[in-house]
Every structure is written in C-alpha cells, then in structure tokens.
Design a protein around this ligand. Structure first.
Ligand code: IVH
Length: 686
C-alpha cells in the first residue's frame, strides 16, 4: 500500500465536498430546486466531517461543517448597528396604499402611475442583520431597538439558508444584508408534534418558535430547529457594487447565495401596488410560511435617497397589513374525533368567528395534555389562530373572561364511533379506541394493513379497492374479505372478471399464513413484525397470547410495559376476539410453531443493523435476531456484540471499527442465521 499520502488528494476532496455542499444549499434555498436527496447531503457532510477530523489544520470557519458545534454562550454581546434597522409605516386598506403612491409621486414630482415599485411579501418572523467581510460571514445580530441588537452569530450560522461564504470570485470587501428568520408551517407543526409527544412545551405560533430558537444560548438548539432566512435589504455595500434599483440588488444577493422571496414582483403605479396586495392576500393561504402583509418599496435607489426618512420609517416603503390571524371566541363544546389509527383527538366546537377572512367554527385541541396545559374548559373565551393551511389552533385561554360556570373537558370512556373502551396506556400522550379491526373509523386503514405485503399479503387488494369495498359496505371486518365472491367483485367499476377471479385466488392463497404474520396483520398498536415474532416464539400459540396477563407479556424479549398494555387491551376487547374467531371460521390457518424453551444462542447480546441490506428487510433481520435472543439496538457502544453493515453504512460502522466491535456483512449474517435457526415443526393448527 502507499507509504505516505500526499496532502493534495485530501485537500482536493475537501474542496470538492465543500463546493458540492454549497451548491446543494444554493439549489435548495435560492433556486428552490433541490438537486440531491437529503440523505446524500448528509452523507457528504459526514464524509467532510470525517476528513476534517483527521486533518484539523484544514478546517476553515466557512466550512459547511462549522455551522454547528460552537459551545453555549454565557450571554449575547451587544451589537451596535452601523445603519439603524428601521420599521415601516402601515397601510390597512386600498385607500391607504393609493395614498402612499400619491405621496411618493408628489415628492418626486412625477406621475405616480409611472413609478416602479418592488413588492415583496411581509414575512412574519424576526429581522436580523448579517455582516460579511471579504465574503465571509463575521457577524449576525437581531434588530433589538433598531440601534442596538444582540449578537447571535453562532445561532445564525446554523441556518443552511445563510451562506457562511458568499458565492463568486469577485466579492465586496463589506456587505451588510438584512432579512427575516422564520419557520415554515410544516417545520413548526413537526416541532410541536415532537414536543407534544415528549410532553414538553409547545410554541404558540411559528414566529414565537423562531424567536425562541434564536434566543437560545446553545447553538445546538437553533441547529435542530427548522429555521430559514430570506434576504430583503442591503444595508451596506461598497459603492462599486451598488445597483440602480432595489430589484437589481435582490438579484445580486441571489447571485451571492442568498435566498430572496420567490414572490418578488416589480409593478408600476398605484394600480400595480393594489393588484400585488390582492394577489398576496390570495397567495397567503397557499404559502408554507406566515406572511402578515406585503412590503411595497420604491424600486429606484436614487429616488429612495431623495425620499429619505421620517422619524423611524422610510418614506420610500410601506407595509400593507393583512387582517389579523388571531381572534377571540368561545368554546361551546368539545367532541372527540377518532382517527384512522384509533387516536382520539379533542376538537373544540367554537362560536363561529371570522379569522383572516374565513369563518372558523372548529379548532383542534390535540390531546388531553394540551387541554391541561391551556387549562381550557367548555364555556371559556379563547384566542384562536389560523395561519395558511394550519388547522385553527387554540393559542390561549382568556382567564379574565372565564364565566362562573365552565365545564371540564373529559376524555370519553367509550369510543364515540364504535363504543369500544378508550385506552390511555402508561404515560402516553394519546388516548386510543381499543376497537381496532371493529371500529368503523379505523376500518379502511386496518384492512389496508391487514392485506399488506408483510401481513396477509393479499395480492391485488390495493388501497382503492379497499376504499370501494368499505364504502359499499361489502366489507366491514377482515373476515368479510374471505367471503367475497368473484361474480360480485366483477360488478365493481374497472374490475374485469379476470381480475376478480385473480383476487379471489389470491385471497385463497392468503388464507394459509404464519402466526407471526397473522398477529402482525391484526394491527395492534406498536406491534410490528419483530414483536409479533417474539410473541410467537415465547408463547407458541395464539390462545396463550390472547390469554396472557400484562405481566406475562412483559417477560417477552423486547416488550416493555407500554407495548404489553396495548397487546393486553387489544385482546381484552370482546369485538377483537370475535373478529379473530370469525377469521378462523372463514378458514385462516397457519402452521403451528414449537412452543417455548427454544434455544436462544444470542441471549444477552446486543446487535446493531446499519446501512441498506439487500436480501432481508431491516425488520426481517431484526425479527430473526430477536428470535435468537438478541436485543437489536440503534446505536453502537462498547457493549455492542456485533454490527451488521449493509450498503452505504456510515457513522455506526465507523464507530464499531473505532471500538473494535465485530462487523459482519449481510451474507455472513445470513450464514450465521442459517446455522442457528432450527426449523419449526410442521404440525397443522386446528
Ligand atoms: S424592508 C427600512 N422587507 O417588517 C425597512 N421588511 O415593519 C426595511 N419585514 O422589521 C424593512 N418582510 O422584520 C422589509 N420583505 C420585507 C419584509 C420586512 C418582513 C419585517 C422586518 C421589519 C418589519 C418592518
């Protein structure tokens, strides 16, 4: 092998990776046209981290790896803005927009209909200022009081839409860019969903979430939040870089690697402004981020200078504000909706109220924890908020307005759809209907799962067909599937006699299955293939699983109290037992498995699967390892017994090597499983 590596290939690889990562960011954030999958981005970033770890002398402040990792700060330094960060005057209707155009025309002594304006959405986030010296980001700060803000450079560096280094070879010595940091609706919902699942604090709206994230002293927190930056102003730039218009400056910012609003438009005259405001008002609904209006700017920079400022706002710009997205109303009642997976969601029935142009009469309360957090009762006055596609939310209760008589909101004991018991297991946030296969609200989803490839594997029974069968009420329980006749099926639209015959034939084939598949097919909450397998290996036969106590279930490898609770309450529900009996009655059968005392050669060992396997799915490999007694974990440590590395294995493989943990490929795993798995006996079930 080569004795000593030259430094060049390393430097080459580093600069190639950096360029590719920067290009990917540019395509994603500036051009809105992602060029590579997220996984590929992550892979390249990991690779760059690896190389830089080996060559610390090659690490530069603008490397994409340097967005995270700064230590928590003691506090934020004060930053004095070289150019004050001003605010804007507001217009609330068409008249005020037209008055703005008229004033500009008068001051410039030109026909207002000939003035060009650059119009942008008014993003509802936080204004920040970024300073670049010789192309490198050196400082990021909040607006503060407009004169002095807080230096939050380390937090801002974590945003992938903020370039650490400007694009291009020829760059200004000084550039100060301003723009808005915000959070998308989808990012916000995901963040809050995660917080709810953990039982931690949720944010009232995307703006608060963005503000809260930037205020964190530990940049790792900001790094984990889905924050974005959109540039809208150049505060300082060397003269030679100045352009004649704001819109040309925005184009220049894009060229330098900043995201600017894709909604920007250059219009003329008051009519152009009014038209833009109308258009943005309609667009608002469809954007994945909050905007609270439109910003209208005189495009010509010389004209801007001529117009100047009054007190805290420029004369050359105006904010047109949309009607508020928050309103107060009263909770008249709370009902519970049963989702496809049996989850019960409390929905507040509100005194109907107009919010941002739409009548709102329902709002989600998410779950009982959220109700407790808000301390909401029936009869309360609440602040509700509607933003774009986001379902109306209850932001807070107006405690001062609480009437004498309010009613507590209680989770029903029985499913409002099917009457089965409602269960909330352990300290889980969600309550669920235990009706499973029986509950009409869960029927379609339950049947789709039942027929899926890894469950009963009913070939030809797809989503649309299941929808059609349930809607016609030909099928209400899974057993009904096996009573379908080809003749009747052929009556369905787009169903030829031949397809109907094929479906009946594949139903016939699916009747003969295995017990783990059957248990998995039942769709018990949190019971995947691995758990189904473990149950069968432990108890051997269905009746023993159905009759097992919670305690007995907890003794099964890899089953904790929550999963044991789900299994127990599923089988405790009479409807579910009837469904199972019915399935056996229509002829579902499986081969019996040898009971209990099987050898568990991997008992006490922890294994890790990483990368992509070819012959096996992850779940299959896991189930087979668990069946031999192993615990399968997601992370590598000193205690890991072996790591199975498939295609494109990354950091886990690396870690295993570092720790000297045994690594095997998929073929070795298959050989190993083959040696250790003993074939089950082939007695038939009754
Ligand atoms: S221009 C001299 N453009 O609105 C004024 N501001 O009320 C420079 N904002 O603090 C601001 N979107 O946080 C401008 N496209 C946009 C904007 C925008 C949102 C915010 C910004 C500013 C506030 C002014």
């Amino acid at each position: 092998m080569c004795a000593k590596k030259s430094a060049d290939p390393v430097i080459d690889e580093i600069s190639t990776l950096r360029a590719q990562l920067e290009e990917a960011n540019y395509r994603y954030y500036v051009e809105d046209a992602p060029s590579i999958p997220d996984a590929e981005y992550d892979r390249m970033l990991r690779r760059l981290q690896e190389i830089e770890a080996e060559h610390p002398d090659q690490v530069t402040a603008d490397s994409p790896t340097q967005r995270v990792g700064a230590p928590p700060a003691e506090g934020f330094p004060e930053v004095r803005h070289a150019v004050a960060m001003l605010s804007l005057d507001n217009a609330f209707d068409e008249q005020e927009v037209r008055a703005f155009a008229r004033r500009v025309g008068e001051r410039l002594e030109t026909d207002e209909q000939a003035i060009t304006f650059c119009c942008e959405p008014k993003l509802d986030g936080l204004a920040v200022s970024l300073v670049y010296e010789n192309g490198l980001l050196v400082q990021g700060a909040t607006r503060g009081d407009g004169r002095t803000g807080e230096g939050i450079t380390a937090n801002l560096r974590t945003l992938r839409s903020i370039p650490l280094r400007l694009r291009g070879d020829h760059l200004p010595a000084l550039l100060e860019v301003r723009g808005e940091v915000y959070m998308s609706h989808s990012g916000f919902e995901k963040l809050n969903d995660e917080a709810r699942t953990r039982g931690s604090k949720v944010f009232a709206n995307p703006r608060n979430a963005a503000a809260g994230s930037l205020r964190q002293l530990d940049p790792n927190i900001a790094a984990a939040r889905p924050l974005e930056f959109c540039a809208y102003q150049v505060a300082r730039i060397d003269d030679e870089w100045l352009k004649p218009s704001h819109s040309a400056l925005m184009q220049q910012l894009r060229d330098m690697g900043f995201r600017t609003s894709p909604e920007i438009d250059v219009v003329t005259g008051a009519d152009g402004l009014v038209d833009f405001c109308d258009r943005m008002g309609r667009r608002r609904e469809r954007l994945d981020y909050d905007i609270d209006g439109a910003v209208l700017k005189v495009d010509d920079l010389r004209a801007q200078r001529e117009l100047g400022f009054v007190s805290r706002a420029p004369r050359w710009a105006m904010a047109f504000k949309f009607p508020a997205q928050e309103q107060t109303t009263i909770i008249r009642d709370v009902t519970f909706q049963v989702g496809r997976t049996g989850r019960l969601t409390p929905v507040a029935r509100l005194e109907p109220v107009q919010v941002a142009g739409v009548m709102v009469s329902n709002a989600t309360l998410h779950n009982m924890d959220e109700i407790e957090r808000l301390d909401a009762r029936i009869g309360d006055t609440v602040v509700i908020r509607r933003a774009g596609d986001v379902i109306p939310q209850i932001v807070s209760v107006v405690m001062d307005a609480r009437p004498e008589e309010v009613h507590a909101i209680e989770m029903p004991e029985q499913c409002p759809v099917c009457g089965s018991r409602v269960e909330r297991i352990g300290d889980e946030v969600d309550a669920r209907c235990s009706g499973g296969l029986f509950c009409p609200a869960q029927r379609k989803e339950a049947l789709k799962h039942f027929a899926s490839r890894r469950a009963l594997d009913i070939d030809g029974l797809g989503t649309k067909l299941i929808d059609a069968l349930v809607e016609r009420e030909w099928v209400t329980t899974p057993a009904d599937l096996f009573r379908l006749e080809a003749e009747r099926l052929a009556e369905l639209p787009r169903m030829a006699q031949k397809s109907a015959d094929n479906l009946v034939a594949s139903l016939e084939r699916s009747r003969h299955t295995t017990l783990p598949r059957f248990i998995y097919a039942l769709g018990i909450t949190e019971v995947g293939e691995a758990t189904a397998n473990a149950l069968v290996l432990h108890f051997g036969e269905l009746q023993r699983i159905m009759d097992a106590s919670r305690e007995a279930l907890e003794t099964v490898a890899d089953i904790g109290p929550i999963v044991a609770g789900h299994i127990h309450s599923f089988f405790a529900e009479a409807h579910n037992r009837e469904t199972i009996e019915d399935l056996i009655r229509v002829g579902i059968d499986w081969e019996e498995v040898e009971v209990g005392e099987r050898e568990q050669p991997l008992a006490g060992q922890t294994w890790v699967l990483t990368g992509t396997l070819e012959a096996l799915t992850r779940d299959e490999a896991k189930a087979r390892l668990v069946a031999l007694g192993a615990k399968v974990s997601g992370s590598v440590s000193k205690k890991t017994h072996a790591v199975v590395a498939g295609e494109a294995a990354g950091s886990k493989l690396e870690k295993a090597r570092q720790l000297g943990v045994e690594v095997m490929d998929e073929q070795t795993l298959l050989n190993f499983l083959g040696q250790h798995e003993s074939a089950p006996s082939s007695e038939k079930a009754p």
